[in-house]
Design a binder for this molecule. Structure first.
Ligand code: BYC
Length: 368
C-alpha cells in the first residue's frame, strides 16, 4: 500500500482509500500495475516494421497499426506531425502544471502545524518538481528542448492547469488540495499510463504511484481536522467548499466544447473523455466525503439509479475559460513568482553547465 502513514480506519478503507476499494487509490494502483505490465508486453511484441525505405503511406499505415494493436510509439518511430505537436502541447502543459503547482502548497511549508506535517509537505512539493522533470524529459524525446518549453511558460504562451490559480488560505487547503486536486489528478492520469506514446506512459506510471501517496496525505489531514474541534472541522469544510468546483473544472471543458478530445482519443493519447473522467471523480469522492463527515457543496448531488452514477452540478465553465486566459485569482502572482524563481536560479544553471563542461572536457596529461 503506497503512502499509508497512518492506520486506515475500516470505514475509510470501505470508502475507497483502502486496499482494492473501487475508485480508491489502491484500486487505481492496480490499474497502474496492469498498465505497467501491458507496457512491457507491448515492448516485447512489435508490429512488423516497414523498414527504412518505406514511403509516407506505408509509414502512416505502420503508425496506425501500432496504435490499433495497443503497442507504443517510441521516439525513433515515424509519427504524424500533428501527433507529435499534440503530445508536446499536452506534456508541456502537464509539466508546467507540476512546476506551478508547487506554489500553492509551498506557501504552507513554513507554517505547517508540526515538524512531521512539515516534512511530509516538503517531500510532497519536492515530488511535484520531480514530476515536472520526468515530463520535460518525456517532451524532449519529441525533439523540443526543456529550455524552450520553460521560455514558452514564462512568456505566457503555454498553459498550465487552471487549478493552481486559486489561493491556499488556511492549512486545511493543503488537505483539500491533496484529497481533491491530487485525487482529480490521479483519476485523470491513471488512463495516461496507457497512452500510446511510450515515454509519456512510462513517466505517468511513476507519477501515479507518487500521486497516490499525495492523495492519502491530503485525506489524512482533512480526516484529522474533521474529527478535531468544531473550529477545525469548519475550516476543513470551508476548504472543501472552495476547492470542489475548481477541482471538477480541472478535467477541462465539457466534451461538446473539447477541441482535442476526439483526435486525442483516436490516437489513444487520452483514453476517456473529460466528462467521463469528471463523473468517475465525483462518484469516487461522494463516499469518501461521507467518511470524512464533510459535505460536498452541491445541493443537487444525488445517486441516479438509472445511470448508476451521481447527478451533480457542473462547474462554471465560463470561470474556467477566464482562469485559463489569465484572469484567475492568482494568475499574476503565480507568473511573477515563477519569473523570480527562474531569475534566482540562473547562477545554479550556469554553475551546473560549467561543471558539466569541465567534466566533459578532454583530460590533458600532466607534463612528465
Ligand atoms: N486548465 O480540448 P481540451 C497536478 C485547455 S498537475 C488549463 O479538452 P485536452 C498537480 C486545453 O489545454 C495536473 N487549461 O484539451 C501538480 C486546451 O487548450 P489548448 C495537470 C485547460 O488536452 C502539482 C483547451 O483548454 N494535469 O495534478 O484534450 C501539485 C481545450 O481543452 C484545462 C494534466 O496536465 C485546465 N483545467 O484535455 C498537485 C494532465 N482544461 O492546448 C497536483 C494531462 C482544458 O488548445 N492533460 N484546458 O490551448 C490532460 O489530460 C488534458 O490535457 C486535459 C485537457 C484533460 C487537461
Amino acid at each position: 500500500m503506497y503512502g499509508n502513514d497512518f492506520n486506515v480506519p475500516d470505514e475509510v478503507a470501505g470508502a475507497g482509500l483502502g486496499a482494492g476499494a473501487p475508485g480508491g487509490p489502491s484500486h487505481l494502483l492496480d490499474e497502474v500495475a496492469a498498465a505497467e505490465r501491458a507496457l512491457r508486453e507491448a515492448g516485447a511484441a512489435r508490429v512488423a516494421d516497414p523498414g527504412v525505405a518505406a514511403d509516407g503511406d506505408e509509414l502512416l499505415r505502420y503508425f496506425d497499426a501500432v496504435i490499433e494493436a495497443d503497442q507504443k510509439i517510441e521516439p525513433r518511430d515515424w509519427m504524424p506531425d500533428a501527433y507529435r505537436q499534440g503530445l508536446i502541447r499536452q506534456i508541456a502543459q502537464h509539466a508546467h502544471s507540476e512546476i506551478i503547482g508547487m506554489q500553492p502548497e509551498g506557501n504552507w511549508i513554513s507554517r505547517a502545524p508540526s515538524l512531521k506535517r512539515k516534512a511530509i509537505l516538503l517531500a510532497k512539493v519536492q515530488d511535484e518538481a520531480g514530476h515536472g522533470l520526468y515530463l520535460y524529459a518525456a517532451a524532449e524525446t519529441l525533439g523540443v528542448s526543456r529550455d524552450a518549453l520553460v521560455e514558452l511558460l514564462l512568456a505566457g504562451r503555454q498553459k498550465y492547469s487552471s487549478i493552481f490559480n486559486y489561493p491556499t488560505l488556511t492549512w486545511a487547503d493543503v488537505g483539500a488540495i491533496g484529497w481533491l486536486v491530487d485525487g482529480a489528478a490521479i483519476v485523470n492520469q491513471v488512463p495516461l499510463c496507457r497512452c500510446s506514446y511510450g515515454p509519456y506512459a512510462r513517466a505517468m506510471i511513476r507519477i501515479c504511484k507518487e500521486e497516490s501517496f499525495h492523495q492519502r496525505q491530503g485525506y489524512e489531514i482533512l480526516h484529522t481536522l474533521a474529527h478535531g474541534t468544531p473550529g477545525q472541522k469548519a475550516m476543513a469544510q470551508d476548504a472543501v467548499n472552495r476547492w470542489w468546483y475548481p477541482s471538477l473544472a480541472m478535467f477541462g471543458p465539457p466534451d461538446a466544447d473539447s477541441t482535442h478530445s476526439q483526435q486525442s482519443m483516436t490516437w489513444k493519447i487520452k483514453r476517456f473523455s473529460n466528462d467521463e473522467l469528471r463523473q468517475r471523480f465525483v462518484d469516487m469522492c461522494v463516499q469518501q466525503a461521507s467518511v470524512l463527515g464533510l459535505d460536498i457543496p452541491d445541493p443537487d448531488l444525488r445517486w441516479n439509479e438509472q445511470r448508476q452514477a451521481h447527478d451533480y452540478t457542473q462547474p462554471d465553465y465560463t470561470e474556467l475559460m477566464r482562469v485559463i486566459k489569465g484572469d484567475g485569482p492568482c494568475n499574476r502572482q503565480r507568473a511573477a513568482h515563477r519569473h523570480a524563481a527562474h531569475a534566482d536560479g540562473a547562477w545554479v544553471r550556469e554553475a551546473a553547465a560549467a561543471y558539466a563542461a569541465k567534466r566533459n572536457a578532454p583530460t590533458t596529461k600532466a607534463a612528465a
